[in-house]
Design a protein. Structure first.
Length: 336
């Protein structure tokens, strides 16, 4: 991309359509800042590789310089490989937003110096698309100490953000890596299967109707207890998704999306509302949690998403559980 720095200026604010070029230009030419703070909703490995060489040169050009990264893993917005690479490059200076009750969504690069701060704030994520070919817009703002409340207001915002972040640990990265890989099997765009479709599920394929490919259900506190493994399957899910005949019995071949372990389980229809699967991984998953299943040839791929480990993904999946037999029963949904 050609250098576009700035496209136009308004007072201390410069608007640039070349966010990457603007930040790299500043890294290469400024000489007074000692602290670099980066805040991004999404980071990809290629995006980080675009800027790291110039950040590394900036760090070496002056003693006691520090660079910190604050980013999100909500909705799997950042790539695990990018987090791992950043952790190696910025040892002890990569932080993950985990303690807030909303999505962490900024895209900002801030250079602090003794006279104030220079901020690059825009719509760009730190990804190859955000830096390279998306239509994005960013501003370069200079905040001087002489500007009333400006630097202090920025510091207050940064302090608040940092209080809601935790250091990226190897344990957190490994957990996120497993969840990220498992989530790749679960499509983001799905058509819900309604109750009328469920009623005709036994003849759906013969009638030319699409068979449900994904089933999602919440785990109720009472159905297994803490450390329990018995998952109750709603009768509609048993019929339409697992193809359990009335009064019959089937073998369900499960494949854990995290560990890739197989398990062959039996599901039986006893003529009441109870159809269960014993999933061992439920014994180690904190409640509340969601279980999703996805057809994969002759197997059923599954994963468990707990609220404590991935609150945003838990809430997203729970919003897809659009059916409920009664006000106190578990919620569930099926999708093409």
């Amino acid at each position: 991309m050609a250098m576009l720095l700035p496209t136009w200026s308004i007072g201390n604010t410069q608007v640039c359509t070349g966010f990457q070029d603007a930040v790299i230009h500043h890294l290469q030419h400024e000489s007074i800042s000692k602290e670099l703070s980066m805040y991004f909703y999404g980071v990809s490995l290629r995006g980080w590789q675009e800027v790291w060489p110039d950040i590394q040169t900036w760090l070496k050009r002056r003693p006691r310089r520090v660079a910190d990264m604050y980013c999100s893993i909500d909705n799997f917005s950042s790539e695990p490989d990018a987090l791992r690479k950043m952790a190696r490059n910025l040892v002890g200076h990569v932080f993950i937003f985990q303690r807030g009750h909303a999505i962490f969504h900024p895209k900002a690069v801030v250079f602090h110096d003794s006279r104030g701060a220079t901020c690059f704030i825009g719509s760009n994520n730190l990804t190859s698309a955000g830096l390279g070919w998306n239509f994005e817009l960013a501003t370069r703002v200079r905040l001087n100490r002489s500007d009333v409340n400006a630097p202090r207001g920025l510091r207050d915002w940064e302090t608040a953000i940092r209080s809601l972040c935790i250091p990226l640990s190897a344990e957190l990265l490994n957990i996120y890596q497993e969840e990220f890989q498992a989530a790749q099997h679960l499509p983001r765009d799905r058509n819900p299967v309604g109750r009328k479709r469920v009623q005709h599920s036994q003849t759906a394929s013969k009638a030319g109707l699409a068979i449900p490919q994904t089933a999602i259900m919440e785990v109720m506190p009472r159905e297994t207890g803490t450390g329990g493994s018995q998952l109750q399957i709603p009768v509609d899910v048993a019929r339409a998704f697992f193809n359990l005949p009335k009064g019959g019995q089937i073998q369900v071949n499960l494949l854990d999306a995290q560990s890739n372990q197989h398990a062959a389980l039996t599901m039986t229809d006893y003529g009441n509302n109870t159809r269960r699967l014993a999933i061992n991984r439920l014994t180690s998953e904190p409640r509340p949690c969601i279980v999703w299943f996805r057809r994969k040839q002759t197997n059923y791929l599954f994963n468990i998403v707990s609220q404590t480990r991935n609150n945003l993904e838990f809430r997203r999946l729970l919003s897809l559980c659009i059916f409920q037999t009664s006000s106190v029963s578990k919620r569930w949904g099926m999708y093409e």
